[in-house]
Design a protein. Structure first.
Ligand SMILES: Cc1cc2nc3c(=O)[nH]c(=O)nc-3n(C[C@H](O)[C@H](O)[C@H](O)COP(=O)(O)OP(=O)(O)OC[C@H]3O[C@@H](n4cnc5c(N)ncnc54)[C@H](O)[C@@H]3O)c2cc1C
Length: 381
């Protein structure tokens, strides 16, 4: 973008993570004119590139929440997308272990899962669990056979390519600074990496800026500040495990063990990693601690007493944008359209934390349905 350009489009999507790219693809495929603006030089380098890469089955979320409604269909859509687009992925069954009083929660999760369409969960007693994973110490476990793993970078690349093929214009290294909202067209100020400025005029603005979504919403003149929720940054650090682990399943304990980083997952190449832990930070901070926190080692040992902690090393960190802060359950996603805030042609996606990667295609379908639906004044989008 050279000089102070004036650009026009039907739909502007801000944010080129998995969610923004999936939205751009979905809308461009439906024939809409779409421009996507991404602040980084490469797509998917923020939260979409700093996570567990787990394809969640969809049973962990409160009934009726957006997460519960979109995770399961998103999981199915993602498996199909990966198969169609050559994105490395696989089934990776997951165990939720529990001890003592925690065991009762497993039955409740099974019921919650069934309500969300996850009907393949199985409760395992101590004997059945020991047969499956002899090194795992717990009284019982819930088995989720339809959990999976995806190569997140390959997924982002496939969404980027598909969006471009569908006709979307993707602009990396360009930051949406803010803008002005009006009844018929919005105006967004864009700054490119070389400092040049441009004005992008659009009929629909879709704010899929992840950690940047709330600041961007606040920088839109004409947007009621009361409709920007406080977004908390839940940082999560991973620990890589050198050498193999004696487990074939993902192991995801709940509660304080999970919070301390005691979950086990594998990347698409089979490399074992533990975490993420959860700590709240004021800003984007991906720096690693010098050592693996002792609380994380204790959390892993609570179900794997045989852990050799000298094999662990801090690996990378990511940050989940959340609508709730410390000591509270993660809360639900917010997809705030005109029906919520009263501004036509504007959708904010706030707090898109886990399982946002799993559900990116379902989230895109949800957003596209509102954009493409006939508007109250009879004008098609
Ligand atoms: C530690 C951790 C573990 C997780 N594990 C899983 C998991 O196993 N499975 C799962 O399904 N989900 C998981 N998640 C959640 C998942 O990663 C996110 O929900 C998902 O990646 C969100 O995608 P997004 O496109 O909304 O956000 P992002 O990927 O962050 O994309 C937003 C983009 O907007 C850009 N941007 C911001 N502000 C501006 C601006 N003003 N102008 C232009 N561009 C801007 C950013 O550069 C960024 O690229 C995890 C997250 C974390 C942090």
């Amino acid at each position: 973008m050279a000089g102070h350009e004036q650009l026009e489009t039907e739909i502007a999507v801000i944010g080129g993570g998995a969610v923004g790219l999936a939205i751009a693809h979905r809308l461009a495929r439906a024939g809409a004119e779409v421009v996507l603006i991404e602040g980084n030089p490469h797509f998917g380098d923020e939260t979409s590139g700093r996570n567990n890469q787990v394809i969640h089955a969809g049973f962990l979320y409160p009934p009726g929440s957006l997460k519960a409604r979109l995770c399961r269909p998103g999981r199915d859509a993602l498996f199909a997308w990966c198969a169609d687009h050559g994105v490395p992925h696989r089934l990776a069954p997951k165990l939720i272990p529990a001890t003592g009083q925690g065991v009762a929660a497993l039955s409740a999760l099974k019921v919650q899962g069934a309500a969300a369409g996850v009907t393949d969960l199985a409760l395992l007693d101590r004997v059945a669990l020991a047969r499956l994973e002899p090194a795992l110490q717990a009284d019982a476990a819930l088995l989720s056979p339809s959990t999976g793993i995806v190569d997140a970078a390959a997924l982002v690349a496939s969404l980027r390519d598909a969006a471009e093929r569908a006709g979307a214009l993707l602009v990396p290294a360009a930051t949406a600074l803010g803008g002005e909202l009006a009844a018929n067209r919005h105006r967004i100020a864009i700054r490119s990496a070389d400092g040049t400025l441009a004005d992008l005029s659009c009929r629909w603005l879709i704010n899929a800026a992840g950690l940047g979504a709330a600041p961007l919403a606040r920088a839109l003149r004409g947007f009621p500040a009361a409709h920007v929720p406080p977004i908390h940054f839940a940082r999560g650090q991973f620990a890589a495990h050198r050498g193999p682990v004696p487990f074939r399943h993902l192991v995801v304990p709940l509660g304080t063990v999970l919070e301390a980083g005691g979950a086990l997952s594998f990347d698409p190449s089979g490399q074992a990693r533990f975490g993420p832990d959860t700590s709240f930070v004021a800003d984007r901070d991906y720096r690693l601690t010098a050592d693996v926190p002792p609380a994380q080692i204790d959390a892993i040992r609570s179900w794997w007493p045989g852990l050799d902690a000298t094999r662990l090393a801090p690996e990378f960190a990511g940050i989940r944008p959340r609508v709730t802060g410390p000591g509270r359950p993660p809360g639900d996603w917010r997809i705030d359209g005109p029906g919520v805030h009263g501004v036509p042609g504007l959708i904010h996606l706030f707090g898109i934390d886990t399982p946002g990667l799993t559900a990116c295609l379902a989230l895109a379908g949800h957003v596209a349905d509102s954009v493409l639906a006939p508007q109250p004044n009879g004008v098609p989008a």
